[in-house]
Design a protein around this ligand. Structure first.
Ligand code: G3P
Length: 481
């Protein structure tokens, strides 16, 4: 059997076999762009998922025993096979999640680079050797050898907004460190994820080392997260789901990349042209559907009018339309998400926000909206919009920004725009976030940088090297000579 069947039905991968669900049930995936069917994937039952996970666990010891360079060579071949499929996977990303074709293709290329970097970095994980006499009462005859060993079976759960890159950013580190993987893609983006896995099969994936479980979250969601054979969970997605997973996961380690309310803090000496460009791109690319998107601007009064005028001009020039028309602002992932953003805008307007530029809504296509003079009583000041709305809060100084951030439930990233690096460093020290960008938009890349969120934005650290670390644990061998 192959990955793709007729009429856009795709199989999932279990033990290197492309299979449908035993019930024949499927989950249909419709394009956010034209609402046409993009594909459908098997809706597995809990029993089928149980078998897939157990088969992954059965082969884990063999995979761990494989030579590190063999695992690395598999990843290099995977990157090569993936690059060969750039056009078809890029197109499927475009269809499934409403990215433009060019951004779909660039996601595939970025992922091949991530896999190659992981293949190399993963060869350089080392343990340590500790002499006992460093501690009173112990002697040199007691020595510890600390090894880094894989957890076992890693459950990788990826989001819709990077169905290939954020899947591989979990799968590649897991594989290079000797873990086996159960991959649960978001439904929207599942076919793109399966095509990425097809490249891995073509690269020589050993049977059962990675199995893919597709289906309804309501049926298999909690089941996979609480499965006794899962030894570690790495998840990217919404905060509510992440917190639910953390509670359900109980005793096993989890890495969570969740939501954000990243501020762009603009000080009076900022380069406003560059700042406006970074804010528009950071807040509105992929229609703001990024956890690291700029979610609110905090600008000191002295330059607020000038910045708002620049933002208005740039936003007004954005093309709104379908991703198939290469528009700047494309349809959101679904109607519910678009309606939610509109509710935030309506709430802000009803409480006195100044509409600088108002986007129109047509089903799930929502034009960009810029709201000035946003105040703390407005929902959009605090809730994660995950959509094309840019709230601007006017502040008298950076201490106000620090205070607003302290009361922000999220702590993913923050951007500071100023020419004075000393001020940037001083302000950065006061912000309780994972990453502070200076004179740049909030974003995850480059992929080898540590990437983390605190508070409701996540747990654990990603970024290639740190993702590799998260897939390993210490194992101590004490020699009593
Ligand atoms: O929303 C997922 C988050 O990882 C965004 O990544 O690369 O767009 O900053 P990026």
């Amino acid at each position: 059997m192959a990955l793709r069947q007729d009429n856009d039905l795709y199989h999932t991968l279990v033990n290197n076999k492309w299979v449908g669900s035993e019930s024949g049930e499927t989950v249909k995936i419709y394009s956010p762009d034209d609402h046409e069917l993009a594909g459908s994937v098997p809706a597995l039952s809990q029993e089928e998922v149980d078998r897939a996970i157990r088969q992954t666990a059965d082969v884990q010891e063999n995979w761990e025993a494989a030579e590190g360079h063999e695992r690395s060579e598999l990843l290099h071949r995977w990157a090569e096979e993936l690059e060969k499929m750039t056009d078809e996977i890029g197109y499927m990303i475009h269809r499934e999640v409403g990215k433009t074709l060019s951004s779909g293709k660039s996601e595939v290329k970025r992922t091949a680079q991530l896999i190659r970097h992981t293949a190399e970095e993963g060869l350089r994980t080392h343990g340590s050797f500790i002499q006992g006499d460093a501690f009173p009462g112990a002697s040199k005859s007691t020595k510890a050898m600390v090894q880094k060993v894989p957890h076992g079976v890693v459950l990788a759960i990826s989001p819709y907004n990077y169905p290939v890159n954020l899947a591989a950013s979990k799968i590649a580190p897991a594989l290079i460190t000797g873990n086996t993987v159960v991959f649960k893609p978001a439904t929207q983006g599942a076919v793109s994820g399966l095509m990425m896995v097809e490249a891995l099969v073509n690269a020589g994936l050993p049977e059962g080392v990675l199995n893919v479980v597709t289906g309804r979250g309501s049926v298999i969601g909690d089941f996979v997260v609480t499965h006794p054979k899962v030894d570690m969970i790495t998840f990217t997605g919404g905060t509510d789901t992440g917190q639910h997973i953390a509670k359900k996961a109980s005793m096993i380690p989890v890495v969570l990349e969740l939501g954000g309310k990243d501020p762009a803090i603009v000080l009076d000496d900022a380069d406003l042209d560059k700042t406006a460009k970074e804010i528009v791109s950071g807040a509105l690319s992929y229609s703001g559907q990024r956890c690291t998107a700029i979610k609110r601007v905090m600008v000191v009064d002295s330059v607020a009018d000038e910045l708002v005028a620049k933002l208005k001009e740039k936003v007004a020039a954005l093309k709104v339309g379908r991703s198939s028309e290469d528009a700047d602002i494309t349809p959101m992932i679904d109607q519910k998400s678009a309606d939610y953003v509109t509710s935030l805008i309506d709430d802000a307007k009803s409480k006195g926000a100044v509409v600088v530029h108002e986007g129109q809504q047509e089903k799930n296509l929502l034009g960009p909206t810029v709201l000035d003079s946003v105040t703390e009583d407005m929902r959009v000041a605090w809730e994660e919009q995950f959509g094309p709305v840019l709230p601007i809060m006017r502040i008298s100084n950076e201490f106000e920004a620090v205070d607003l951030e302290k009361r922000n439930a999220y702590g993913l990233q923050a951007s500071i725009f100023t020419k004075n690096l000393e001020n940037a460093f001083a302000l950065s020290d006061k912000l309780n976030v994972g990453t502070v960008q200076v004179n740049g938009k909030t974003s995850r890349g480059p992929d080898h940088f540590p990437f983390l969120g605190v508070k409701n934005s996540g747990q654990g650290v990603q970024g290639i090297g740190r993702s590799i670390d998260s897939m390993l644990r210490d194992k101590v061998l004490v020699l009593n000579l």
